[in-house]
Design a protein around this ligand. Structure first.
Ligand SMILES: Cc1cc2nc3c(=O)[nH]c(=O)nc-3n(C[C@H](O)[C@H](O)[C@H](O)COP(=O)(O)OP(=O)(O)OC[C@H]3O[C@@H](n4cnc5c(N)ncnc54)[C@H](O)[C@@H]3O)c2cc1C
Length: 396
């Protein structure tokens, strides 16, 4: 196999999935992850479509089902906690013919990573600082480890990918901000629990949801509209908590209690809701995969699944071409780009109604969710969204 030594930057979803398939096809991947260990906690994702197909090929589905979050209902409540909208998740599952589940993103990442066993070398707590490619390979420098030479480098570092920044340009060149900020955290012993129910409350421009996990923790997702990007320093937990307090302090329902819970939390996911749009995902011996090059945003409800599909196809094309990246990278891009353009457009149009900005908008959104109880309406509204117009190729 040519170009066998491949460095993958980022051990989220795409990175470990790519390492698994590369290893299975006979390559020698090395994973580097900035965090000292796999990230835990975080938000719940819905998982279906092409990602489900890849998980099936990896024999992962039983473990995913075992560790999934059972969500029977999405319940939308008003300021007094009374139900005003929502739908049964069974409708989605039926539309996806049972190939649908919800799981913590960190659990999906952990289960994919576990498939690697001990065969893949992993460098936790380090990051790439320089990439220099020539005709025969790529020299990489790291913050901690000594420099090393690889045949190929793949950036799987998500929305803030360092490989994209170093090789293709700053994030601002490729980012499309969709008008929201999103935050997620989990706490133990939150007093209110609703088993198997995703409870959501909206006020104009704000939305907060909670879900009670099996182990006693509660996971929260907070979203707020902001016409412009906020001048917040990256990784500044205090500034992020302040921004959430400013937005949700007067919001009603359980928001005060949720902000109290936030006070004691040390791990917070906080970011803009953005997409990454790039003309090309490759530059010589370097390519990108997952959110790093095509982040569709949470509004697509499928970023993880698409990251897995892309990882599988990238590894498969490298295997099919016997490691010839000059053929494999364009083939990978060619297969996936039309699908991703479509997913990004759909997510962008959903952005207009994701967090309604007026009381009337909330009322209308709640009415639509109630109609989801009727199968023909659910099919009409969600059917197209749940279908992926691409079949995964089979690689030897
Ligand atoms: C609130 C929310 C809800 C979502 N809901 C869904 C959903 O319902 N369904 C769905 O499928 N998707 C959903 N998504 C999207 C999904 O989480 C992403 O699309 C997916 O995680 C992308 O995987 P990735 O591996 O490309 O990037 P990531 O999962 O972001 O992983 C990137 C990894 O790279 C690491 N990294 C970053 N910088 C460096 C560096 N300098 N050096 C080394 N490593 C680095 C990070 O620590 C991380 O481990 C949601 C996203 C959000 C924010």
């Amino acid at each position: 196999m040519r170009n066998g030594r491949i460095l993958i930057s980022g051990a989220g979803i795409a990175g470990p999935c790519l390492a698994y398939w590369l290893q299975r096809f006979g390559f020698e991947p090395v994973l580097i992850e900035r965090a000292p260990a796999l990230r835990t906690g975080g938000y719940i994702i819905d998982f279906w479509g092409l990602g489900f197909d890849v998980a099936e090929k990896m024999g992962l589905v039983p473990a995913l089902r075992r560790d999934s979050c059972q969500i029977d209902d999405v319940r939308i409540v008003d300021v007094k906690g009374r139900k005003t909208g929502g739908f049964s998740v069974r409708a989605f599952s039926a539309l996806a013919k049972g190939r649908y589940l919800s799981i913590l993103r960190s659990d999906l990442s952990r289960l994919i990573f576990a498939c690697l066993g001990r065969r893949t070398r992993t460098m936790f707590g380090d990051t790439i600082t320089g990439i220099y490619q020539d005709a025969t390979g790529v020299d990489v420098t790291f913050q901690a480890a000594p420099p090393e030479r690889f045949d190929l480098v793949i950036g799987a570092g998500g929305l803030h990918s360092p490989v994209r920044r170093l090789v293709f340009g700053p994030r601002e060149w490729f980012e499309k901000y969709l008008g929201y900020y999103i935050a997620s955290f989990s706490v133990e012993n939150y007093p209110r629990r609703d088993a198997h129910t995703y409870v959501t409350y909206s006020a104009p421009g704000l939305q907060v949801s909670r879900y009670s996990l099996r182990d006693g923790r509660t996971v929260f997702l907070l979203a707020f509209a902001s016409a412009a990007r906020l001048p917040l320093p990256a990784h500044d937990l205090t500034a992020q908590k302040d921004a959430l307090r400013r937005s949700f302090r007067w919001a009603g329902w359980e928001c005060r209690e949720i902000l109290d819970a936030l006070d004691g939390c040390e791990e917070l996911y906080f970011d803009s809701v953005s997409q990454i749009r790039m003309q090309s995902w490759q530059e010589g011996r370097i390519a990108l995969v997952g959110d790093a090059c095509f982040c569709p945003s949470l509004l697509a409800g499928q970023g993880s699944a698409l990251a897995m599909a892309a990882a599988y196809i990238l590894a498969g094309e490298l295997a099919r071409t016997d490691g010839d990246y000059r053929l494999a990278f364009p083939a990978y891009e060619h297969l996936l780009q039309p699908l991703l353009v479509r997913k990004q457009r759909a997510a962008e149009s959903f952005a207009r109604s994701f967090v309604p900005q007026t009381e009337l908008g909330i009322l209308m959104r709640n009415s639509v969710t109630r109609l989801m109880a009727f199968a023909p309406f659910a099919r009409l509204f969600m059917g197209r969204f749940l279908r992926d117009p691409l079949t995964l190729p089979n690689y030897p």
